[in-house]
Design a protein around this ligand. Structure first.
Ligand code: HEC
Ligand code: HEC
Ligand code: HEC
Ligand code: HEC
Length: 443
């Protein structure tokens, strides 16, 4: 198999050129960022739209969302959504471009490498192993929410560190992609929730083991003993990591499909990761009413800005920064261009981004700087007055900006890094900042 051989060569190259890092967990777990509501206006008369069909208005909101599905399909190819997601309507990219595909093979130990090597990689590969499939998205998700999410992603699955990355997607592109992804779904209809009882639903959801997997931030729960549903350990682990915070469900899920989903997820979408838990039709309707309508406490206040630590009073050379930060968190997005493999979207371009030329996995690469908006290469380590409040240099500012993005305060001047992952710890940022303050030396 050709791609395995190529993969072999590339991985070998990666080992030789970059060396391999010790395992460990960079970044800190963050609480979920504020949830942004979808465009919540009634298309007909501009009045605020209801959150669900009890007020029979959601269908009007969704029919007001239009996009060009043919263009959407082409955009999904342009943004390379298939590098991380199945079910995009695009064939899988070649193996060396599959972020998730390769990580899954590392996890499953099915690459042709010695066991020790695979075990080591397996310990180091923590992210982008499981991502939601986008197949038949319109059976569950509201197009209006998909539009707002692609434009400005929020955290969905609180037990998983990686986010959908903040790509530079204008709203018109988001609409067209949402139109393609939800194409062919049934037209929205009112669901008969009239006799559903949210109070009973609260009791059912609290008792049936739903909170083993789900958070429901800001909602009150019933004080009852939880039944533990019989489930294989592995199915439970995946289900737990992939379970959305039910707080955002009222903004994103089709209310007319919710009760059916709760009863039997696979009857709504093939391959659903949530098990059927044996609820009756009536119980599922009550549970849906609770999820859609129980009052929610206001969002917790956003995280305060990161407090940067003073630079270290010791020498820091490239290798230490590479081992602790670049090879651990920037890998596969910022490599040097070479004969094999893909240097990554932050280097030669990808995910819809133009090449920015940021190469962090070799010392000479770091000295080349980045390609600025005017097409000119500039240093990653030079002071840019516009970035002073974020640490002053492009490299440090990108790391500080990620903390701001996660706290719901995106920074216009610079994109937060590591893209789609939790911000680095203050100690790791301090290390990078010390290295930069010493002139980013090799030795
Ligand atoms: C680098 C990998 C990556 C790329 C590239 C990517 N995504 Fe995602 N996407 C994710 C991850 C991870 C999540 C889950 C985030 C969470 O749970 O908070 C996600 C979630 C989603 C969701 C929500 C689905 C659900 O069931 O919750 C949609 C819709 C989506 N992505 C669409 C897209 C589209 C369209 C593109 C291309 C424009 C794209 N993604 C590109 C990683 C990626
Ligand atoms: C050919 C296989 C392969 C491909 C393709 C690949 N990776 Fe990796 N990835 C690995 C291995 C092996 C590791 C752990 C060892 C290392 O860092 O080299 C890793 C580690 C990582 C890490 C650091 C550890 C972690 O989980 O946070 C990130 C981030 C990462 N990859 C992101 C990506 C992204 C984004 C893409 C797509 C642009 C990608 N990878 C494509 C094999 C791959
Ligand atoms: C084993 C873990 C697990 C259990 C237990 C579980 N779920 Fe889920 N649930 C999931 C996963 C995973 C998803 C995401 C769907 C997917 O990716 O297939 C999900 C999706 C949902 C959604 C859609 C949320 C959204 O915004 O997309 C709702 C609503 C929901 N579950 C309700 C429930 C209720 C009610 C119960 C209890 C009767 C329950 N779940 C029990 C794992 C679980
Ligand atoms: C999932 C892929 C990915 C990961 C992981 C990642 N980057 Fe990036 N990075 C990108 C992309 C794509 C761009 C180009 C963004 C743009 O053009 O707006 C970029 C741009 C940058 C820039 C220029 C930012 C700007 O706005 O000018 C810096 C600096 C940078 N990355 C540093 C890092 C560092 C340091 C890490 C690890 C701690 C990292 N990146 C991890 C994908 C990634």
């Amino acid at each position: 198999m050709n791609f395995i051989r190529t993969a072999f060569r590339v991985l070998l190259l990666a080992i030789v050129v970059a060396g391999l890092t010790a395992c460990g967990q960079p970044g800190t777990r963050r609480e979920q960022a504020p949830v942004v509501a979808p465009p919540a206006v009634n298309a007909e008369d501009g009045t605020p739209a209801p959150a669900h069909d009890e007020v029979a208005g959601w269908a009007a909101v969704e029919s007001g969302i239009h996009g060009d599905a043919t263009r959407g399909k082409a955009l999904i190819a342009k943004y390379e959504c298939n590098r991380c997601h199945a079910g995009t309507g695009q064939p899988a990219p070649d193996f060396l471009h599959q972020c998730v595909g390769c990580h899954q093979r590392i996890e499953a130990r099915t690459l042709p490498f010695p066991k020790e090597k695979l075990d080591e990689w397996r310990r180091q590969t923590r992210h982008y192993i499981t991502t939601p499939s986008l197949a038949a998205l319109g059976r569950t998700l509201r197009p209006s929410w998909v539009v707002s999410f692609l434009h400005e992603p929020v955290k969905i699955r609180p037990h998983e560190e990686e986010w959908m990355p903040q790509l530079r997607i204008p709203e018109s592109d988001a609409r067209d992609m949402a139109a393609f992804l939800t194409m062919g779904a049934e037209a929205p209809r009112a669901a008969s929730m009239a006799d559903a009882d949210a109070a009973r639903g609260k009791e059912i959801v609290s008792r049936k083991g739903c909170f083993l997997c789900h958070e429901f931030t800001g909602a009150s729960r019933a004080d009852v003993t939880m039944e533990v549903p019989p489930m294989a350990a592995e199915a439970f682990a995946t289900g737990h990591s992939q379970a959305p915070d039910l707080r955002i469900t009222r903004a994103r899920f089709r209310p007319d499909a919710l009760a059916k989903w709760i009863r039997d997820p696979s009857s709504v979408r093939d391959g659903a990761l949530m098990p059927a838990l044996g609820l009756t039709e009536e119980e599922a309707r009550d549970a849906a009413a609770y999820i859609l309508s129980t009052p929610l406490a206001p969002e917790p206040p956003p995280e305060p800005p990161l407090v940067r630590l003073p630079v270290l009073e010791r020498h820091v050379a490239y290798e230490e920064v590479a081992a602790r930060v670049f090879r651990r968190s920037c890998t596969h997005c910022h490599a040097d261009p070479g004969p094999n493999g893909d240097p990554g979207p932050g280097s030669t371009g990808g995910f819809g981004f133009a090449p920015r030329g940021v190469q962090l996995l070799s010392f000479p690469g770091t000295q080349l700087g980045f390609i600025a908006d005017d097409g000119v290469r500039r240093s990653l380590f030079a002071r840019e007055p516009a970035l002073d409040r974020l640490g002053g240099t492009r490299l440090v500012a990108a790391l500080v900006a990620r903390h701001e993005e996660v706290a719901g305060r995106p920074v216009p001047e610079v994109r937060g890094m590591p893209m789609g992952l939790p911000g680095l710890s203050p100690e790791d940022i301090q290390l990078v900042e010390t290295w930069v303050s010493e002139g980013a030396p090799r030795l």
